[in-house]
Design a protein around this ligand. Sequence first.
Ligand SMILES: *[C@@H]1O[C@H](CO)[C@@H](O)[C@H](O)[C@H]1NC(C)=O
Ligand SMILES: *[C@@H]1O[C@H](CO)[C@@H](O)[C@H](O)[C@H]1NC(C)=O
Ligand SMILES: *[C@@H]1O[C@H](CO)[C@@H](O)[C@H](O)[C@H]1NC(C)=O
Ligand SMILES: *[C@@H]1O[C@H](CO)[C@@H](O)[C@H](O)[C@H]1NC(C)=O
Length: 291
Amino acid sequence: MRWNFAYLILVICLEARCAIAAFDQDTSWDYILYVQHWPITVCMQWMEKSANNNCTIPVNYQWTVHGSWPTKIGTDGPQYCNSTWNFNRTVIEPIESELEQYWTNIEANTELESFWEHEWKKHGTCAVNLKTLNNEFNYFNEAITWAKYYSIGDILAMHEIHPDGSAYSIQQIHDAIKSTLGVNPVIECVVHGKPKMSLLSEIRLCFNKSLSLIDCDIDKMHYLFLDEYLYDLEDGQILTDCSLKRPIMYFGEIPHFKRNIRDEELEEQQKYLSQMGQLYQFLQFLIWLTL
Ligand SMILES: *[C@@H]1O[C@H](CO)[C@@H](O)[C@H](O)[C@H]1NC(C)=O
Ligand SMILES: *[C@@H]1O[C@H](CO)[C@@H](O)[C@H](O)[C@H]1NC(C)=O
Ligand SMILES: *[C@@H]1O[C@H](CO)[C@@H](O)[C@H](O)[C@H]1NC(C)=O
Ligand SMILES: *[C@@H]1O[C@H](CO)[C@@H](O)[C@H](O)[C@H]1NC(C)=O
């Protein structure tokens, strides 16, 4: 009887330890997924969510940072590595104007720092176990340095890929990055509107722990094992979630043409109906006259 009791206590203790261990997540990681996005596409997505949403577009219409995400091979994350390390706006004050330019909070009707705070809690607190990114300032400052150095807009423009509402192929976009930086990027699209369009959304670059650019590759991306995320085109592997069935649109401004076409249609319809109404009244009048 006494033995059983002791055994029970032991089991409870072991269980408790398991529970504690489960909360104590593995915060190690292998590489950084550095994500830049195209503000116009982000804005179109944001405005679609609610009629109250509006956007801040950086003055010179450049690609901006979404985030710097420490990642373990074969998984997403780690994420939210230190819940007690709060975001402190004072720390980034010296670089805040640069952050506004290069790490813009596109969602204008939210608190300016809410985007940075989110990225810090979710990803920044995991990056700090690397010496070169060991605090909030270093984490944000490195992302800005990269944004200046690896300017996606400039790289695409060098290869005649301009945000003018033209459509481009996934191969063109991949080749532009690959031939300039020498590494495989990940290219992300969002599907938007009716009829459905594929909009160029994000270019992701991979950095190793010496903060050198490296190839993003299939072995590193767990979600890329899905067929739709990987294309083997003539010139090797392309990592993307963009649909091959649709051209990839790269808009320089929020396209309004859909609404205009609809408005014109409505106007035409109304004109037609009112003409028909007048005709109907005239016929009624004739009938009344002749009876
Ligand atoms: C977005 O909307 C808010 C609330 O209506 C307004 O205060 C703000 O100036 C707008 N921002 C932009 C960039 O249009
Ligand atoms: C978490 O953040 C706190 C507050 O900055 C710090 O004192 C602590 O060392 C951090 N813990 C880990 C595991 O990094
Ligand atoms: C935020 O950072 C500033 C500057 O480093 C520091 O003086 C202040 O104590 C910090 N605030 C908090 C709440 O940690
Ligand atoms: C990172 O990549 C660079 C260039 O390929 C290489 O020289 C360096 O050793 C790598 N660092 C790590 C930690 O893998």
